[in-house]
Design a protein around this ligand. Structure first.
Ligand code: PSV
Ligand code: MN
Ligand code: MN
Length: 427
């Protein structure tokens, strides 16, 4: 299924009166605060967030999985799904692939399909947390950190193979998330496991093309419940510093113990030039992989506050940071859920752009916590939805992406095309 320009225009036409009224009201309000609305709309319009290939089907937990029907059964269909999201919001023009789940057979054909849909390839992800059929050695006791050099070599070779697939598709980054660790005290020598991981990553880095980066993800627990080899940002940063300029830290919002101050981590990584990318999601308890902004929207805003402040003076937030979602959907339609996540991310970005930085900096300088909080709240409480809508309309997206998704019966169309019992690979 494809969504046409005409369908979008028709939909936008129907919304235009109401939208124009709310947008001009907000634009006047912002202009009176000396905010350049045109600049703002352009900044919002050009901010894009990549979609993970593994989040396009129903997720599930170890207790069960409830398929939604019409799930993408192969890489082509996954790219088509991202094409649908991008057609609706014009803000998700890239997909992040997971090998071997998404191994491209014919790279030229995949590139052609992606190009037709205006989709590019963001970071490629390796998978050494599962054993694959016909694999010689098991990852039951680790991969890049394994005690046996033969297992480590197999995992290193897999990562190098993933880089090759990524090169064929124009990716510029490899994301490494390791499940390595231990379940019981005494099982693993912490220092030796980390040292072996570093050496393995060094070999992977040596195979990275010059214009690539490797993103090192951290996670405090699961599947290993006593220790993870890369449990936190400190360990990831330590590895990235030792590995050199190509290595950076990836912040997955769900990979922190409860109440961690993620915005402070973001700020310091940015200061060190080591913030490589994000996996956006939200969580109440752990690695819940819920819709971004659904549980802690203020935290998301505070993260963007740091991002805007830490990159100020630059034209945009680019700085070579990879903006990706990492989510799972148990009860929502994944495409609707992803549309909601992208919207929440862009909303937080827009709110952070509204902060009066001069005022905030003066409040901080004069030790005025009340003034500082007022600055943040002023921006956070502003209803900037008309601004996001305007940015969408101008970039050819739908004024109301989820509304149009439903009006066009996209899920039923996908079920008609693909059947009701397809299953997408993913987490
Ligand atoms: C597992 O926790 C995980 O959710 C990590 O966040 C990875 O990024 C993702 O799976 C894909 O491997
Ligand atoms: Mn992740
Ligand atoms: Mn995770």
């Amino acid at each position: 299924m494809r969504i046409t320009k005409e369908q979008i225009l028709d939909h936008n036409q129907k919304q235009s009166k109401e939208h124009n009224e709310s947008f001009s009201f907000l634009a006047d309000q912002l202009t009176s605060q000396n905010i350049d609305v045109e600049v703002l709309v352009n900044q919002i319009a050009s901010f894009e967030v990549s979609i993970p290939s593994w989040a396009l089907g129903a997720g599930g937990t170890r207790f069960g999985r409830f398929p939604i029907g019409g799930e993408p059964g192969n890489l082509e269909e996954k790219i088509e799904d991202v094409g649908l999201i991008h057609a609706l919001n014009r803000s998700s023009g890239a997909i992040s692939l997971h090998i071997p789940w998404d191994t491209p057979g014919d790279a030229a054909a995949i590139n052609k399909l992606a190009e037709d849909l205006n989709i590019t390839f963001d970071a490629v992800n390796s998978n050494t947390f599962q054993d694959q059929p016909n694999q010689e050695y098991s990852y039951k006791f680790g991969s890049l950190s394994h005690t046996d050099a033969k297992v480590r070599k197999q995992a290193i070779d897999h990562n190098i193979e993933v880089i090759k697939y990524g090169e064929a598709l124009g990716s510029k980054a490899l994301t490494v998330w390791l499940a390595d660790g231990s379940v019981f005290p005494g099982q693993q020598n912490f220092r030796k496991a980390l040292e072996r991981t570093y050496q393995s990553l060094e070999e992977i880095c040596n195979a990275l093309p010059d214009d690539w980066k490797v993103l090192i993800e951290y996670k405090p627990y699961e599947p290993n419940f006593y220790s993870m080899v890369i449990p936190d940002w400190g360990t990831s940063l330590l590895l990235a510093n030792k590995l050199g300029v190509k290595a950076k830290t990836l912040v997955d919002l769900g990979h922190h113990l409860p109440n961690t101050n993620i915005e402070q981590i973001v700020s310091i990584l940015l200061m060190e030039g080591k913030l490589g990318g994000f996996h956006f999601n939200d969580s109440k308890y752990g690695d819940d992989d819920l819709t971004t902004g659904s549980i802690k929207p203020y935290q998301l805003f505070l993260i963007f506050n740091e991002l805007v402040e830490g990159t100020s003076g630059k034209d945009d937030l680019e700085q070579n940071i990879s903006w990706m979602i990492d989510a799972s959907h148990n009860v929502k339609d994944p495409l609707e859920d992803l549309l909601q996540s992208v919207e929440a991310i862009k909303k937080s970005y827009a709110q952070a752009l509204l902060i009066d930085r001069q005022k905030l900096s003066e409040a901080r300088q004069s030790n005025d916590p009340v003034g500082a909080q007022e600055c943040l709240q002023e921006a956070f409480q502003t209803d900037i939805r008309p601004l996001l809508r305007e940015a969408r309309i101008r970039s050819g997206a739908a004024a109301n992406p989820i509304g149009l998704f439903r009006d066009l019966n996209v899920r039923s169309e996908l079920i008609n095309e693909r059947g009701s019992d397809t299953i997408a690979t993913g987490l």
